[in-house]
Design a protein around this ligand. Structure first.
Ligand code: S3P
Length: 169
């Protein structure tokens, strides 16, 4: 394994960041850090309630604080929220960490997300594919720029994705 502090998993909602984090942590001796859960703990509220009561901008401020606090840690797999690339500069993070973009095209994200949009305030059932397409168009390049490893995940199962990551890091 190469020398780096942490592994950051980035990508759209529904790209399996949480699942892959758990699978990886069983293989390497790194702890999982779930950013969304840490934010929920800070507020004592669900992501949905945070968005409803405080708005997205307040959520993003706390998200950045949590990210900065994690930058001080070592040997963690950090499962980020999909929007973490919007207001945070990963250029510095990239220098001493593995930042892995789990890249799925919208069609696959739609299949992954169709069953699990609850507690995802930026999505709703109506026009789900359009919404995913919009976010993807705005973010795909940001994920690519923020990362130093891109995994093309379309059509692959989680085990294969895990193995691909283990072969690269
Ligand atoms: C968001 C993704 C969510 C969560 C919040 C905003 C986004 O995390 O942080 O709902 O802007 O893409 P997941 O990517 O884990 O669903």
């Amino acid at each position: 394994m190469k020398v780096f502090n942490n592994i950051y998993l980035i990508g759209m909602m529904g790209s399996g960041k949480s699942s892959i984090s758990k699978l990886l942590s069983h293989e390497i001796n790194f702890k999982v850090r779930e950013m969304d859960e840490m934010i929920e703990e800070k507020f004592g509220k669900t992501i949905n309630d945070i968005f409803n009561e405080f708005g997205e901008s307040e959520f993003r401020i706390v998200e950045s604080l949590v990210l900065n606090s994690l930058n001080q840690e070592k040997m963690c797999i950090i499962s980020t929220g999909g929007g973490v690339i919007l207001e945070n500069d990963f250029n510095k993070i990239k220098k001493s960490n593995a930042v892995i973009y789990l890249k799925y095209s919208p069609k696959y994200l739609f299949l992954n997300l169709n069953k699990s949009i609850s507690n995802r305030p930026l999505l709703d059932e109506e026009n789900l594919l359009n919404k995913i397409n919009d976010l993807y168009k705005k973010r795909n390049l940001l994920y690519k720029r923020a990362s130093n490893i891109v995994i093309d995940c379309d059509g692959k199962n989680l085990e294969d994705i895990k193995i691909e990551i283990l072969n690269i890091i």
